[in-house]
Structures are given as structure tokens and as C-alpha cells.
Design a protein around this ligand. Structure first.
Ligand code: GLY
Length: 399
């Protein structure tokens, strides 16, 4: 061979090797592995708690043991919802049996009027159950729950009140998490043909968009409103690092909430807001390479602080939703980001081995770090939104 040709060939081979990125696992195989593991862990959890009347999984306690709650904890609906998603992906009688058993355990949530979390609790459980089975008995339970939640809405405030504690400090506290209760209310309006639940939803989402966000589209955790003037008198955090910081899960609730509102109402202002929140999250300089956020984007001592896999799962699920409300390059950008997050969560860094992690699916979430509670642990809502994200991605890919 001519010397020059040989040299060119060697250079070409070297350059090719230099550019060689490791081959990525096909996304179909990532999804399959994630869903299989979720089913295995979900069934192990379901069997472990089967005889413990009324109990539902929460997290792991500081001693490493499974911590459970009854229906009154805000997370009670996530485990039944996780089982419904597994059933959707693999409709076997055993999954349906356990999904129904654990859904029934949260029925009494329908009477809760002391907190705003009724939407989380009933829509993840009964809502998914109804979507998949059309069981007519679930309708009354959800409508009763929507009426209970409606009692927390005050016409003159135009918002659903989130919490009743700290009354000496907060006159009318609304937390960003409350956006997650709105899909339930929209469902109630459709199911009853009564616009009142939808009206509450729109008013709450509009006021939250006006008052919860900073110019960079990050959000406060808690905004408390003056009950006389109806304007905010306090903006602060409860579970984040500082009043002016961006608590990771708060940003996750925000992107999920406004994307859902855009999907359900078709209102362009919600879509535009969701995109702005997405941009804040996706371009944040403190987002780690694997796209699983630290517990607060402004936590001091990053990178030596805990992650929050629950925030990653919620953001991934929201971005998949957003990718279906947008087109072309924009849609591809959201889809690609969510895929990266799902790849990370489905890696051994976050995905628990079968029969470990107290049968939760994901490791490394953070619930309430300032309260020294649930730091670097599994959480039932991380698992719920992870299985939801896998399910959404599977549908988008036509698998
Ligand atoms: N308060 C719900 C959460 O911890 O995100």
C-alpha cells in the first residue's frame, strides 16, 4: 500500500477510536428492565404487607426497616397507583388483585378535609384504577373526595389552602405541591358535568403562576396569602435549603403541574409556563451529569449532598408529557432529556436489586432534609412516578 494511503488509513482509524462513545443500551431494553424490576419489587412489597391490615409503604426508617403508614399519610395512594401501572403493562390477575386490595385501603381518604393532598391520594390510586377498569364503585369515592378537597377552596382567595399547621405564621399557605391535586379536580368536573371543580382548578393554577414564581421561573415552596387583602404576605421554604433556593422536588411539582394543566385545558399560557420551568431545570448549572438532581439546586456543598431520585422521576414523567404537547426539535429535546433521566434511574446507581431496598424500586431520594427526615432513602412517590414515566415512554416509543 502506498505510504500516504496507509498513513491516512491509520489516522482515520485513530480518529474513529477517539470518537468512540460506548454503545448505549437500546431504550426498549431499558424500559423492559425497569418495568420488570418494578413488577418484581411491587409484588414482593404487596405480599409483605398483605396481612398488615390498612398499612401502606412509605420509606425506610433510620434503622433500615420498612416504614409504613395508614391512609392518612399524604403518600398513601402511591403504592396502589404503582401497582395499577404495573398492571397496565402486564395485565395479570395477581397484579390486579393487589392493586385493588391496596386501593381499597385508601378509601377513607374521601372524607379528609384537613389537607390538600386528597388529589395525590385518590387520583393516583382510584384514578388509575378507574382509568384501567372502569369500576363504577370508584366514581362515588372520587367524587366524595373531590367535594372534601373543595372545602379547602375559599372563593375570596381563589386558591385551595394547602396546610392547617403553623397558623401563627401562615394565614393561608399554598405550596407548589398543590398543583398536583388539580388533575383530580378536572376529572371530577368531567365526571359530574359540573364546572365548579374546573373553575377552582383554573383559579388556583392562575394565582399560583402569578405568585409562586421568580423571574427565572424557579419557584418558592410556600406562599402564604393575607386573608384580608388576598395578596401574598410570606414567600418561603419548608422542605428546601433556603427561602430563595430552588428545592428540587418543588421545581418537579411545578413542571409536572403546568404541563398537566396545558394538556388538560389546552391553554397556551400554561404550556408556555411549563416550557419556561423546563428550561430552568434543564439548563441549571448544578444539574449533575446523570440528570438526577441534588435535593436542592442551591444546596451548599454541592456535589457532596444527597440526590433526590423522586425529583428526577417526576421531572422525567413531566418532560415526556411535555414532549407530546410540542413538536419537532422542541419535542425531541424534552424526550431526549427524559430518556437520559430514565437511563440513569434504571442503572445500578438508583435501581434496587430484586428483594433488596425493602422492596422499593428506587434508591436515593430525599423527603425532608431540613427536618432531618427521609434523607437518601427510597420513597413511595419516587417509585410511582418512575413507573409512570416508564409507561409513558413505552407508549411514546410504540412498544
Ligand atoms: N410535601 C410533598 C413533598 O414532600 O414533596
Amino acid at each position: 500500500m502506498h505510504k500516504l494511503t496507509l498513513l491516512c488509513l491509520l489516522v482515520a482509524i485513530t480518529l474513529t477510536n477517539c470518537n468512540n462513545t460506548p454503545e448505549q443500551e437500546p431504550i426498549a431494553s431499558v424500559i423492559e428492565r425497569g418495568l420488570e424490576r418494578s413488577e418484581v419489587q411491587g409484588l414482593l412489597m404487596a405480599k409483605a404487607l398483605e396481612d398488615q391490615e390498612g398499612r401502606l409503604p412509605m420509606t425506610t426508617d433510620p434503622g433500615g426497616k420498612l416504614k409504613t403508614s395508614d391512609y392518612r399519610w399524604w403518600c398513601s395512594g402511591f403504592f396502589p397507583g404503582q401497582l395499577w401501572y404495573s398492571y397496565e403493562n402486564n395485565p395479570i390477575p395477581e397484579l390486579r388483585k393487589y392493586a385493588e386490595l391496596y386501593t381499597n385501603r385508601v378509601e377513607d381518604v374521601k372524607h379528609i378535609t384537613y389537607s390538600h393532598d386528597v388529589g395525590f391520594m385518590l387520583y393516583c390510586s382510584y384514578g388509575n384504577g378507574y382509568r384501567l377498569t372502569q369500576n363504577p364503585e370508584y366514581i362515588d369515592i372520587m367524587i366524595t373526595g373531590a367535594n372534601s378537597l373543595s372545602t379547602r377552596y375559599r372563593e375570596n382567595m381563589g386558591l385551595i389552602r394547602s396546610w392547617d399547621f403553623n397558623k401563627d405564621k401562615w394565614q393561608y399557605p399554598v405550596i407548589i405541591d398543590n398543583m398536583m391535586n388539580l388533575e383530580f379536580m378536572l376529572w371530577a368536573s368531567r365526571a359530574t358535568n359540573n364546572p365548579k371543580y374546573r373553575d377552582i382548578t383554573i383559579s388556583h393554577a392562575d394565582k399560583t403562576m402569578e405568585n409562586h414564581f421568580r423571574p427565572d421561573y424557579s419557584c418558592y415552596h410556600v406562599v402564604s396569602y393575607d386573608t384580608i387583602t388576598g395578596v401574598p404576605h410570606i414567600k418561603q421554604t419548608h422542605q428546601g435549603f433556603a427561602d430563595e433556593s430552588a428545592w428540587a422536588r418543588g421545581q418537579a411539582w411545578a413542571i409536572y403541574g403546568y404541563t398537566m394543566m396545558a394538556r388538560e385545558t389546552g391553554k397556551p399560557e400554561y404550556l408556555s409556563h411549563a416550557k419556561n420551568v423546563a428550561s430552568f431545570i434543564m439548563n441549571h448549572p448544578n444539574m449533575p451529569e446523570d440528570k438526577v438532581p441534588y435535593w436542592d439546586f442551591d444546596a451548599p456543598e454541592i456535589p457532596n449532598v444527597p440526590r433526590d431520585a423522586s425529583a428526577a422521576a417526576i421531572i422525567a414523567s413531566a418532560l415526556l408529557d411535555l414532549s407530546q404537547l410540542t413538536t419537532d426539535e422542541e419535542s425531541k429535546k424534552y424526550l431526549a432529556y427524559a430518556e437520559d433521566q430514565i437511563r440513569s434511574l434504571t442503572s445500578p446507581d438508583y435501581l434496587a436489586e430484586p428483594d433488596t431496598n425493602n422492596n422499593f424500586i428506587l434508591m436515593h431520594s430525599t423527603g425532608h432534609l431540613p427536618g432531618n427526615s427521609e434523607v437518601d432513602v427510597p420513597l413511595s412517590y419516587a417509585d410511582y412516578y418512575y413507573v409512570e414515566a416508564l409507561t409513558r415512554l413505552k407508549k411514546i416509543k410504540g412498544l
